[in-house]
Ligand binder design. Structure first.
Ligand code: ATP
Ligand code: MG
Length: 220
């Protein structure tokens, strides 16, 4: 089970659906930590090392062409994101935490529970086993940028660009993903701060600042 995994106080993760505002909030968290004088490593998943970024590209761009019949199988997707995570944890996160640095990561294991678990319907016990064997710890703080699916989708569309393989999923998939994040938070409420990401930007940023400031006071 989750709650037996140790927490790493200096690992902060940002989670949420497409267009929730994770990357926007990341800049706010980074500013708070740097103002506090922290040595900080900023990273993202899937990715964060050259090899892990290659795996990310394969997951996000698999069967992009409409004439490519081969779809990435859900189990293959899961193992590829955990392969990327294994590399990222060993090469970047563990060494940074061992040095006493802070690590700020745009998505982490909770996204696998939400996308590959709740979204794709893969066995949660399998995911929990991978989490235990591949990662072995939990973040100290996870900010869940919670936004209704339709609003997140509208923001991604406004931002433009070619949708990747995940972004091309239907709304029922993203509703399951949303439920997956909610379930992860319900199972471990102390680790999470839920941010109302449907608020206007300035208010969302304020919520993020409050959550991080109160966390820093708590772990000081
Ligand atoms: N609270 C907000 N109000 C209005 N617009 C916002 C808000 N938060 C983010 N945005 C805008 O919505 C878009 C998506 O935000 P952002 O890129 O931070 O989301 P994300 O969660 O990182 O998305 P992705 O899942 O694609 O990585 C950006 O153009 C951003 O400026
Ligand atoms: Mg982003």
């Amino acid at each position: 089970m989750n709650d037996v995994l140790p927490r790493r106080a200096r690992l902060i993760t940002l989670e949420g659906g497409e267009g929730a505002g994770k990357s926007t909030a990341l800049a706010t968290v980074r500013d708070c930590l740097q103002a506090d004088g922290a040595n900080l490593v900023v990273s993202r998943e899937p990715g964060g090392t050259p090899l892990a970024e290659q795996l990310r590209a394969m997951v996000l761009h698999a069967s992009r062409q409409d004439d490519a019949d081969e779809r990435l199988h859900p189990s293959a997707e899961l193992l590829m994101v955990f392969a990327a995570r294994a590399q990222h944890v060993a090469e970047v996160i563990e060494p940074a935490l061992a040095r006493g640095d802070w690590v700020l990561c745009d998505r982490f294991t909770d996204s696998s529970f939400a996308y590959q678990g709740a979204g794709r319907g893969l066995d949660m016990a399998w995911l929990a086993d991978l989490e235990r064997r591949v990662v072995g710890f939990l973040p100290g703080l996870t900010l869940w940028l919670d936004v209704p699916v339709a609003l997140g989708r509208a923001r991604v569309q406004r931002r433009g660009g070619v949708p990747d393989a995940i972004e091309r999923e239907q709304d029922d998939f993203f509703e399951r993903v949303h439920g997956g994040f909610a379930a992860r938070m319900a199972a471990d409420p102390q680790r999470f701060a839920r941010i109302d990401a449907s608020l206007p930007l300035a208010q969302m940023v304020e919520q993020v600042q409050r959550a991080v400031t109160s966390y820093l006071q708590q772990v000081a």
